[in-house]
Design a protein around this ligand. Structure first.
Ligand code: TLP
Length: 340
């Protein structure tokens, strides 16, 4: 067996069937709004999240940042959970592109209405105004956790009471849908702008959607253009997204089962897995980050450290149950060498 790549669910390659859908897609110039496949994808996304409109963008980062620009003004504060992708992995974009400050609240990506209320300063003459709240669901840096629906509703009522806009970073929204059985439209309902990515667990090579009211999407469309995200005959990529939505949503359950299988195996080898996997990520502790990384790499097992002493393994379309077992075998060999 060759390389087993558990670095992220972004590493999947399009299948022959997906490539065929891409090769035969009808296309047009999307900057003129004339690409029929992009239009079909946007309609499908809006329908799934039960919003008036949706827009196709090249990346989850651009989907987040184009949205945030429309919800805030320079100098504003955006509230987000600890380790939010928006803050941690988007190259400083909230400050650079929207001119906003991100203030983290709660713990491990989760927070509630009281955290939102407590974070708002009463006096806008001295403090930056808090304008919006972002929720990441599932939450990447805390191990693919689902934001519990009752806590989400509590956050929404605090935000609405204080007149704050709501943004959903739903890069892995469909993992939350499959893990809970709660529809995407229910998760997305209170948000002014709600994103999801085609290029993560859904297995398409590229692309994200922002969904919202017709007015919200008109504004995001303008921000996309400003950020250089207007694309042309991009139905070729939208076709991959449509294929993913039609064929590769239900199978996320397999990734979740594989993550649990991997976590169980790691625990049997004596690793601490924390938190227990809810979706397709497994966070586990190691004593020797550099040594462990070197030893698994030498065995063609690719897993990235999240921080010193902690690795994140992600299951996906290109990882089978037997790959998981093989990955555990290789880690077993590393442990036998005294590295963990
Ligand atoms: N996450 C990537 C890395 O950037 C860390 C990964 O491998 O998990 N929101 C969330 C919650 C994400 O996890 C990601 C990508 C994005 C947004 C950005 O998506 P892209 O990479 O399409 O810009």
């Amino acid at each position: 067996m060759g390389i087993i790549d558990l670095r992220s669910d972004t590493v999947t390659r399009p299948s022959q069937a997906m490539r065929k859908a891409m090769a035969t897609a009808a296309v047009g110039d999307d900057v003129y709004g004339e690409d029929p496949t992009v239009n079909r994808l946007q309609e499908k996304a809006a329908e799934l999240l039960r919003k008036e409109a949706a827009l196709f963008l090249p990346s989850g980062t651009m989907a987040n940042q184009a949205s945030l620009r429309t919800l805030t003004r320079p100098g504003d504060i955006l509230l987000a959970g600890e380790g939010a992708h928006i803050l941690r992995y988007e190259s400083g974009a909230p400050a650079a592109l929207a001119g906003i400050q991100v203030q983290t609240i709660g713990r491990d990506g989760l927070f509630d209405g009281a955290d939102v209320r407590a974070a708002i300063h009463p006096d806008e003459a001295h403090y930056a105004p808090t304008r919006a709240v972002a929720i990441e669901n599932t939450h990447n840096a805390s191990g693919g956790r689902v934001f519990p629906l009752d806590r989400l509703k509590d956050v929404v009522s605090a935000a609405q009471e204080r007149g704050l806009a709501l943004h959903l970073d739903g890069a892995r929204l469909f993992n939350a849908v499959i893990a809970t059985g709660t529809a995407a439209s229910v998760w997305a309902e209170p948000f002014d702008t709600a994103t999801f990515c085609l290029s993560k667990g859904l297995g398409a090579p590229v692309g994200s959607l922002v969904c919202g009211s017709a007015e919200a999407i008109r504004r995001v469309h303008r921000a996309r253009k400003l950020l250089g995200g207007g694309m042309r005959q991009v139905g070729i990529l939208a076709a991959a997204g449509l294929y993913a939505l039609e064929h590769q949503v239900e199978r996320l359950a397999d990734d979740h089962a594989n993550a649990r299988r991997f976590a169980d195996g790691l625990e049997k080898l004596g690793f601490a897995v924390d938190p227990p996997p809810e979706t397709n990520m497994v966070m586990f502790g190691v004593d020797d980050t550099t040594g462990f990384l070197r030893a698994i790499r030498a065995r063609d097992l690719w897993i990235n450290p999240m921080r010193e002493g902690q690795f994140r393994a992600v299951t996906h379309l290109d990882v089978s149950e037997s790959d998981v077992d093989e990955a555990l075998e290789r880690i077993g060999e590393v442990v036998a060498e005294g590295i963990r």
